[in-house]
Ligand binder design. Structure first.
Ligand code: PLP
Length: 235
């Protein structure tokens, strides 16, 4: 475990350095960019080593895994993020755990989050997931459907939308990823010219292990990094 521990600490420091360098290239401060460690590949024990290395924001893409890991981390000061597809029947258990739900990808989920948050007496924080690459296998709102969704947000009083989330196409290279991220930022800027009261789109959750530097150069405020943090570790 000692070896693994030092390897994790190195990986974490290296990702942080790469984030700083990317931010500097874009004339940004790395302090304005949040790193979420995606722990879906590793055990609670290995995720714990990342906590010891200084990481405080963790993300999971499957609700059951989120519930289990969050329970195991209960005594530690960790902020959890739900980043994957969420079925409506899992909203009730997920909302109280996830400080931010990145993956609100359809109106019926938005409605359910609003309803359940009302019943629980909590205000949920979410991002709208956008299928920016148009990949058929991807979840998310179509870019040209977002204006209509956003116009309706004031009707969902228990939902706080804070921005957009997307993934770059799985099929393209880094240049294609950059185009996807640029498109998401421009879409955000366009939508931001006429937002209803109480809605803001300040957060852009984009960038994973293979493309987080490009995402930061294109304006990401949150990157979701998994495999790069666990390089050299047996799963
Ligand atoms: C798994 C996952 C990530 C992290 O992926 P890596 O390529 O391992 O960094 C980020 N976002 C989402 C939505 C994921 O499912």
């Amino acid at each position: 475990m000692a070896n693994i521990s030092s390897r994790i600490a190195e990986n974490y420091a290296h990702v942080r350095q790469r984030m700083e360098a990317a931010a500097a290239r874009a004339g940004r401060s790395s302090a304005e960019i949040k790193l979420i460690a995606v722990t879906k590949y590793v055990s609670v024990e290995v995720a714990g080593l990342l906590f010891e290395a200084g990481c405080r924001d963790f993300g999971e893409s499957r609700p059951q895994e989120l519930w289990q890991k969050a329970a195991a981390f209960q005594s530690r000061d960790v902020t959890w993020h739900m980043i994957g597809h969420l079925q409506r029947n899992k909203v009730r258990r997920t909302l109280p755990i996830a400080a931010l739900l990145h993956s609100c990808d359809r109106v019926r989920l938005l409605e359910e989050i609003n309803r359940v948050a009302g019943e629980l007496g909590i205000a949920s924080r979410i991002l709208l997931e956008v299928n920016i690459s148009g990949d058929e296998t991807k979840h998310g709102f179509a870019p040209d459907s977002l204006a209509t969704v956003i116009d309706k947000l004031p009707a969902y009083g228990n939902v706080n939308v804070g921005g957009l989330m997307a993934m770059a196409s799985l099929h393209g290279d880094l240049a294609a990823a950059r185009r996807d991220f640029t498109r998401l930022r421009m879409l955000r800027d366009e939508l931001s010219t006429q937002l209803p009261d109480g809605v803001d789109l300040d957060q852009l959750s984009m960038g994973m292990s293979r493309d987080f530097e490009v995402a930061i150069e294109e304006g990401a405020t949150i990157v979701r990094v998994g495999s790069a943090l666990f390089e050299g570790i047996e799963p």
